[in-house]
Each structure stands twice: as C-alpha cells, then as structure tokens.
Design a protein. Structure first.
Length: 317
C-alpha cells in the first residue's frame, strides 16, 4: 500500500470521516485514497479534494449545528436532480442525516468577486443568468421549501432561545422587515426551484460550461431572490445588473419586478446577518463571522433608508 499524501493542516477527525465516507461508495471498492487536500472557501462546512484510484472528488464534511438550519433530505433530492441535469457535478454519495457528501471534482475556474471586473465579466454574467433561468424553469420535482421570511423567523428563534448577541439597531431593521413581509403577503409571487445561495464561489467554469454547486439552501422558493442574491454577492454595478436582468428575462425588467428584487436584497442581507452570530455560537471564529454579519447588517440598513427603496416599495403598497 502506497503512502497517502495528506495536507498537514487537516485534522485526524476529518481524515477519519473522509475514509468512512469513501468506504461507503460502491464505485470506490478496491481503490485506495491517494491524497487529501483542503479546498478553500466554505463558510459552513469543510471541503476537501480527495484522490481515489487516480480520480479526484470533492468531499464535504458538514459543519457542526447545520442539521438545525438545513433540510438535508431536500438537499439530497435537489442536488441529485441538478446533477442529472448537468447543472451540479455528478453526485456519488450523500448522507441525508449529516449532510456529508462526495461529488465529482471539477478542475475548472471557481469564480470570485474580482472576476466580475475583468473583460470576461459580461460572459460570466450572461452564463449565470441563463443557468439561473434554467434552474427556475426545471420540470423536476424539488423537495423542501425555502422561504427567506420563514428562515429569518427560524434564526430569530435560535438567537432568542440561546441568548445570542445581535447587532445594535437590529430592532429597527425588524420593523422594516415586518413591513416588507406585509407588502409581499399582499403581492404573492410564483414559486419555483431555487438555489438561494448563488455567491460567486458556487459557480465553476470549465470548457465553456458553467456548473452550479452547493444546494444546501435549495428548495421551492422565490426565483427573484436568486437574482437579488447574486447581484448582492457579486456587487454588480447598476449597468451590470441591468445587463444581468435583461439576460435572465430576455427583456428589460419592469418597475414592479425591480421592486420585488430590492425587497429581496434587503431580506437576503437580514437573513445572513442573523446567520453570522449563530455561526459564532456554533464555534466558528468570532471576529470574521461578526464582521461578515456586520457588513451585511450595514448594507441592509443603507438600503432600507434609501430613497430608491421607498420609491419602488411604494409601488407594491
């Protein structure tokens, strides 16, 4: 048996979990693990590149406390649907209790925010808009429901139950949040399969194709939320956002659609600023996660206080 190459920063507990997962995959029978490398990124889980029998795979060890926040059976179903459609990489193993999984490793370009300031930006934006449209219009049956308002209430309960520290000014944000919830209750929107976490690092480009990974928060939801979230995560300029929405709709966005998107941007940032102190409670690094949440908190406050927000949300009252 040849020596296995394991990156020094990987602890033994994760190595043991990886070996246990690999042992459960029929395709790997008779094959040995050759190397284990830590992959960058991943705010909730730990991700690794594992080479087995000469082929590389992406292995995810689910983070502590995620069972309370993520519908793992729904992710299992939805990720398999997206893999079958060629949108997510091939899925070899999924534990619907823990959320541990093994995908094909795509040796391509993982996107990052700076990529949207390059000459290739319009190409990436167009590819992503069209892929999101494909996801939202799939005929396959997604499991689970992802309603950002319900998720916010769920996070609030966790925060209250565990007496978790929150950001100063949170109460005022909750007043606006309740107002937006009432507005959308009067303006129900069509629901469809959604991803709900389309940050740049969840897109991988290879040979002119784009893969969309990490379906933890996938479910039936508001498709406009994916558009709002992508624009936020990338930091699209006004011109880029107009192009992105045009590529998605095949036309210019209407004022009413844009009003929904603005509300979705606000709600998106509310969700993720609440998520951040919960991560700290679950043992994540305080400084990084607190500042991550604070940036999102400040951004949603800026938006809710803007004239643009008032102008467009008034259209829905």
């Amino acid at each position: 048996m040849e020596k296995v190459t394991i990156e020094a920063s990987i602890d033994q507990a994760h190595v043991d979990q990886i070996y246990a997962m690999v042992s459960k995959v029929p395709e790997y029978e008779g094959k040995e693990i050759e190397s284990i490398e830590k992959l960058p990124g991943g705010l909730t889980n730990e991700n690794f590149k594992v080479t087995v029998g000469g082929n590389a795979y992406a292995v995810r060890v689910a983070g502590k406390g995620t069972a309370e926040m993520i519908d793992r059976p729904a992710e299992d179903n939805n990720a398999h649907i997206m893999a079958k459609a060629g949108i997510n990489p091939t899925l070899y193993y999924y534990d619907s209790t823990t959320g541990d999984k093994i995908d094909a490793y795509i040796d391509g370009k993982t996107l990052h925010v700076p990529d949207f300031s390059t000459d290739e930006a319009d190409n990436y934006i167009s590819m992503i808009a069209k892929k999101l449209y494909e996801v939202h219009n799939t005929d396959a049956e997604f499991m689970g429901k992802f309603d950002f308002f319900e998720e916010v209430h769920s996070y609030l309960k966790l925060i209250e139950k565990n007496n978790i520290e929150n950001y100063e000014g949170h109460d005022r944000v909750m007043e606006v949040f309740a107002d937006m919830e009432a507005i959308l209750a009067k303006n129900p929107r069509p629901q469809s399969p959604t991803h709900n976490d389309p940050l740049p690092e969840n897109w991988i480009v290879k040979d002119g194709e784009i893969f969309f990974i990490d379906w933890e928060y996938g479910g039936i939801g508001d498709p406009l939320m994916d558009l709002a979230a992508f624009s936020l995560e990338v930091g699209l300029t006004d011109e880029q956002e107009k192009f992105f929405l045009n590529q998605y709709f095949g036309r210019d966005v209407t004022d009413k659609e844009y009003a929904f998107i603005l509300i979705d941007k606000f709600v998106n940032d509310v969700l993720w600023y609440l998520w951040s102190p919960i991560q700290i409670f679950n043992g994540k690094e305080k400084e990084w996660y607190w500042n991550y949440g604070l940036n999102r908190f400040n951004r949603c406050v800026d938006l809710m206080n803007s004239e643009k927000f008032k102008k467009y949300t008034d259209l829905l009252r």
